[in-house]
Design a protein around this ligand. Structure first.
Ligand code: ADP
Length: 256
């Protein structure tokens, strides 16, 4: 019980403040006549403990913004603060360590290691960091995600939804400051996708996990607490407590 009490206390703490904060982000691709301004002077804050979706028409800069915020791509100018660290000032080695220790990732393609069991996949980032698995937390996460009886299975023995739940557990296990999810339900049918999205929402509401998700799906976005809209590399809208209807209406206004 002590662990649970501590966990909820930590969840409360991480709910306060800002998980990621970006100021004056600019990112261009190419030069001269073919140059594209993918991000134009973007200022944005993502509150700690909240689940935020990034949406916008194709080519509006969603992936670029997420990759820059997660330290996977560099910006041309601007700053990105992750709990006191300006990640735009870090070198490649520092960024690799930061991504491993402080950020969680969930990709459309699950990205599990086929030769490892579900349990080994979930604990891989901790093993790579030479860390020690918090068994109470591991049990709590895998139980919540309905994986307790699937831990010895390899990815090919699991359904798509189960594989993505393993990826969610892997991201949650290190209690990262923020999880970035890139179209996490893009490879799942709508029922299984809804299950995974419900689990992401619970991770944020019950565990205080900060989550930033890129999606083009209004129903997926409606699971978030907030939707940020981009158009042509600019912030073009901000919705709280979105529903599929309000998301569709906002996208329509943007001409998406
Ligand atoms: P979204 O994720 O909203 O579809 P992106 O962030 O992928 O948008 O792209 C934003 C803009 O930057 C688009 O015009 C896209 O063509 C351009 N872009 C993205 N990546 C590259 C790249 N590696 N090289 C050149 N242009 C790119």
């Amino acid at each position: 019980m002590t662990t649970l009490t501590n966990s909820s206390f930590e969840a409360e703490n991480t709910r306060q403040g800002t998980a990621v904060s970006a100021r004056g982000l600019n990112k261009n691709y190419g030069r001269g006549e073919t140059a594209v301004a993918a991000l134009r002077n973007v200022d944005i804050d993502f509150e700690a403990g909240r689940f935020t979706a990034i949406m916008g028409p194709s080519g509006s800069g969603k992936s670029t913004l997420m990759h820059c915020l997660a330290g996977l791509d560099s910006v041309d100018s601007g700053s990105i603060m992750l709990s006191g660290t300006d990640i735009t000032q870090l070198n490649d080695t520092q960024l690799t360590t930061l991504r491993r220790d402080r950020i969680g990732f969930i990709f459309q393609a699950f990205n599990l290691v086929p030769t490892l069991t579900a349990e080994q996949n979930i604990t891989l980032p901790v093993a790579l960091a030479n860390g020690k698995v918090d068994r109470d937390w591991f049990n709590s996460v895998t139980l919540t995600l309905g994986l307790a009886d699937r831990l010895s299975h390899r990815p090919h023995e699991l359904s798509g939804g189960q594989q993505q739940r393993v990826a969610v557990a892997r991201a949650l296990l290190t209690r990262p400051e923020v999880i970035f999810a890139d179209e996490p339900t893009g490879n799942l049918d709508s029922r299984v996708g809804a299950e995974v999205l419900g689990m992401l929402r619970r991770a944020s509401q019950e565990m205080g996990q900060s989550i930033i998700m890129v999606t083009h799906d209004p129903i997926a976005a409606s699971y978030a607490d907030r939707v940020v809209l981009l158009r042509d590399g600019l912030l073009a809208g901000d919705l709280n407590n979105p529903t599929p209807e309000t998301v569709i209406a906002s996208l329509t206004k943007l001409g998406a």
